[in-house]
Every structure is written in structure tokens, then in C-alpha cells.
Design a protein around this ligand. Structure first.
Ligand code: C2O
Ligand code: CU
Length: 471
């Protein structure tokens, strides 16, 4: 097995001369057309090792960066060259239900050899991503994911706009993805954690920076299960947006503060590179047992600092989200249950209550929302919604994590204000630590049937999933 120590030393040995691939310029046309073809591909991940057999969009891991301007349309043709059904979900985009990419709920699964056209406007600016929603963890886990950037009309001025698409892979000694998807252990514990962390589809490398520059750093966690919990040593990044949506006021981090991304989540940072040319600053990550390790470095190139410039607090204009009315909001309890660590009982697809052993033996289910586990196999339509919401009404979801594991809970088609977090941010995914409670306020303003699920894909596959209807 390739250990974390091995990849860390590979990263440390490789020096700072990393080519920076700039993101594509914003498109000027009102509609951006793209064809996305998921298919088996071969991709170099580890140096001096055979290429890794992956599944990738357009032979690239991650898939192509899609970039358009706020309110422009995306027309994306999905051409399925896999040997199994797929779809594309546009994570975080508030779009019409029929474009949401959930097989059995919002569209028919796209069969091998078939195509499907997604066509929608992007009303919110920010950092989003796309991935299959085919119900099992394998498609994302083999490499099917990509970045979707929607540019503000007036983005905050920066010297560079870069993205770190953070993920991981579980590789064997020949650098091949191990086929042990959906094992009992992964489904009932922390999910499928890889043994190699990736940034933009490559082994994490030191990140070359120039003294004096101000960068916008878009962080995206596309891993099946890994939570990234970063600390930027002696830098003081501003968090300007979470899950694409600007904070009401940016939050500046101190040297001990952390940037935490559960699977599915995004964080937009503005970072002033205030170090000295030729020096390196470690960026630490922390695993679920609390152990800190060096994920990467800001590696300052040995070149004169860029000219001094405005270091003022960055500002981003809000997206057009309707404020929930907290006085009239109806309260909805959301209890996260199941998993190893505490005994539990649950019902599968509205059936009788089962103990943990029966739920696993009969259905391979291990997690629940409000005591219900939802299976994916037969499509979602027969399943009663967990919440039936009235269009235009405000709701307050009172979520409570009754398990021994963290869960990033994601709602489709909407964003909610997390009232229990500093700055009450808008989010589409909220990370709940074991025992944690959160209050999520939203207006149910997008009609249709929407998914609500844990974005640890193994937890989703083992039942932590439900639908919400808005009528
Ligand atoms: Cu990122 Cu239901 O998904
Ligand atoms: Cu979970």
C-alpha cells in the first residue's frame, strides 16, 4: 500500500518549480456549450508508477473546468461511454428540477451509449462542481468530477484565480484503484478513505507562489469521504464565500484557525502571500483522529516580491437568495442516525423497524434520517418525501447528529442559512460533527422533488438519504 508518509515525502522532495495552469477565461457568450463524456481512461497519478485506470470526463481527471458568467446558460451534453448508467448533478446550482441529474427522481438514468442534454441558467455566482448521481460511490470514487465556476460581474481584484480540487484515491501497490467499493467497513464507518491525497487530479505538490501577490483560492472537496481540515500557518486568508455564496462579511483567519471542507463543500479564500521569496510555509491537514500532517506548502519562488498593493478587506456581492422569515418558519426536526458506535434501529423504505443486524443483512442499510433509510435501487418515486414543503414558505431544519461520525448533509435545489455557525453563512452542505446540532433556515422556493443526503457517498449508499418535495 502507498502510505501517507510516502506521498508526503514525494511532495516534499519535488521542489517548488510547479507550473501553474491558469483557469480558462470567463466565456463571453450567453450560452456555454460543452460535451461531457464519462469513460474509462488512463491517468498518471504517482510518479515512476504505471498510469492509473480511472473513469474520467473527456479523458481528464478532474473533468474540464466549466466557466461561465452569472446568469449565463450552460448547455451540457452528457454522452455516456461508461458500461453502467449515469447522470450529472450540478452540485449547488439552483436550477429547475428536471436538470438536477438524479436518476429515478428528476430524470431517467442515462444508459451506456445514450446521451442527455442539460440546459440551465446559473443565477448564482460562485464555485460549484459536477459529478454523477448514480447512487453508488464508485463513479465519483473512480474520478468522475469537475469544477464549475460562475463568475461575478465584478469579481474582487486578484493577481491569480486558482482552484484546488481536493480528493483522494485508494491505490494498490501498482497504483491501481482498489475495487473494494461499498465494503461493510466503509459503509458503516467513515466511508471510503483513500491512501493518496490528490489536488487537481495529481499527487499533492508544493504550490508555487510569488511574494506580494493576492490570490483567490477556490477549494473544493470532491472526495467520497475524506474531510479536509486545513491550517495555513502564518498566512491570514479571508474566507469570502462558502459553497459558492459570499459571506455577509468576509472572515479573516488567524494562524490557528482552520478551513474545514467535508465532501461536497467549497470555500473561496482570498490569500495575501506575505512571505519572503525563497521560503516555504507548510499547509497542514488534520485527519479524523485529530492528527495533523503537512498536506502541501506555499513555496515562494526565489524572485522579487510583486509591488505592494491594496490589502483591503475583499468584497463580494451577494447572490439573489431570498431571506427566510424566522418568525413564521416552520420547524422540521432532522435526526441523523445509524453507523458503528451506537446501537440503532431503522426502517428501510417505509418497512418495519429493523435492528442494525437485520438492516445490514437484509438490505445493506446502516444509516437513517429521522429513522428512515432510503435505498436507491428502484428509483426514488415510490418513496414518500421526508419533508413536504409549501412553495414560498420559510422552514427551520433542526438537524442533530446522533451518530459517532461526522456527516456533511447536502440539500439539492436550495441553499440554507446555517444559523448556528459564525456569520450565519448560506450553504448547500453542512458538516455536523458527532453530537452536533445545527439550525438551517431556508425558503422552499424551488418546486420539485429534491435529494437530501449525506455527501459521504458510502453513507448515502447505505441509507442516509431522503427526498424533500416542494409544491
Ligand atoms: Cu454533490 Cu446529491 O450531491
Ligand atoms: Cu454521513
Amino acid at each position: 500500500m502507498i502510505t501517507r508518509r510516502m506521498f508526503l515525502s514525494a511532495a516534499a522532495a519535488s521542489g517548488a518549480a510547479l507550473t501553474i495552469v491558469p483557469l480558462p477565461k470567463p466565456a463571453s457568450a450567453a450560452t456555454t456549450n460543452v460535451t461531457l463524456t464519462p469513460a474509462p481512461a488512463s491517468w498518471p497519478v504517482l510518479p515512476n508508477q504505471p498510469e492509473t485506470a480511472v473513469w474520467a470526463y473527456n479523458n481528464s481527471l478532474p473533468g474540464p473546468v466549466l466557466r461561465l458568467k452569472q446568469n449565463d446558460r450552460l448547455r451540457a451534453v452528457l454522452k455516456n461511454n461508461l458500461t453502467q448508467d449515469t447522470t450529472i448533478h450540478w452540485h449547488g446550482i439552483r436550477l429547475p428540477n428536471a436538470m438536477d441529474g438524479v436518476p429515478g427522481l428528476t430524470q431517467k438514468p442515462v444508459k451506456p451509449g445514450e446521451s442527455f442534454t442539460y440546459d440551465f441558467a446559473c443565477q448564482d455566482a460562485g464555485t460549484f462542481w459536477y459529478h454523477p448521481h448514480a447512487g453508488n460511490p464508485e463513479q465519483v470514487g473512480r474520478g468522475l468530477y469537475g469544477l464549475l465556476i460562475v463568475d461575478e460581474p465584478n469579481p474582487p481584484p486578484v493577481d491569480r484565480d486558482v482552484a484546488w480540487i481536493l480528493s483522494d484515491l485508494r491505490l494498490d501497490k501498482n497504483a491501481q484503484i482498489t475495487p473494494d467499493f461499498s465494503s461493510f467497513f466503509d459503509l458503516t464507518h467513515a466511508g471510503r478513505l483513500g491512501n493518496v491525497a490528490l489536488n487537481n487530479g495529481k499527487l499533492v505538490q508544493p504550490f508555487a507562489v510569488t511574494a506580494g501577490e493576492r490570490i483567490r483560492l477556490r477549494l473544493v472537496n470532491t472526495a467520497n469521504a475524506r474531510i479536509f481540515d486545513l491550517r495555513f500557518s502564518d498566512h491570514a486568508p479571508w474566507i469570502v464565500a462558502l459553497d459558492g455564496h459570499p459571506l455577509d462579511a468576509p472572515l479573516q483567519l488567524g494562524p490557528q484557525d482552520r478551513v474545514t471542507l467535508g465532501p461536497g463543500m467549497r470555500v473561496d479564500l482570498i490569500v495575501d502571500l506575505t512571505g519572503i521569496p525563497g521560503t516555504r510555509f507548510p499547509i497542514f491537514d488534520r485527519d479524523f483522529q485529530g492528527r495533523e500532517h503537512r498536506l502541501t506548502d506555499f513555496a515562494y519562488v526565489d524572485a522579487p516580491a510583486m509591488a505592494a498593493k491594496n490589502r483591503a478587506e475583499p468584497k463580494l456581492a451577494a447572490n439573489p437568495v431570498t431571506e427566510p422569515d424566522l418568525k413564521t418558519a416552520e420547524r422540521l426536526p432532522l435526526l441523523l442516525g445509524g453507523g458503528m458506535g451506537v446501537p440503532y434501529a431503522l426502517k428501510v423504505d417505509g418497512g418495519p423497524e429493523l435492528d442494525m443486524r437485520q438492516a445490514w443483512d437484509k438490505h445493506r442499510m446502516a444509516w437513517s434520517l429521522n429513522g428512515e433509510a432510503m435505498q436507491d435501487h428502484s428509483g426514488h418515486h415510490g418513496h414518500a418525501p421526508l419533508f413536504s414543503l409549501k412553495r414560498g414558505r420559510s422552514y427551520l431544519i433542526e438537524a442533530s447528529n446522533d451518530t459517532s461520525w461526522p456527516h456533511p448533509v447536502h440539500l439539492h435545489g436550495h441553499v440554507f442559512r446555517v444559523l448556528t455557525q459564525p456569520g450565519r453563512p448560506w450553504r448547500d452542505t453542512v458538516l455536523l460533527q458527532p453530537g452536533e446540532k445545527a439550525q438551517l433556515a431556508l425558503v422552499a422556493d424551488n418546486p420539485g422533488h429534491w435529494m437530501l443526503h449525506c455527501h459521504i457517498l458510502e453513507h448515502q449508499a447505505a441509507g442516509m438519504m431522503a427526498t424533500v418535495s416542494v409544491k
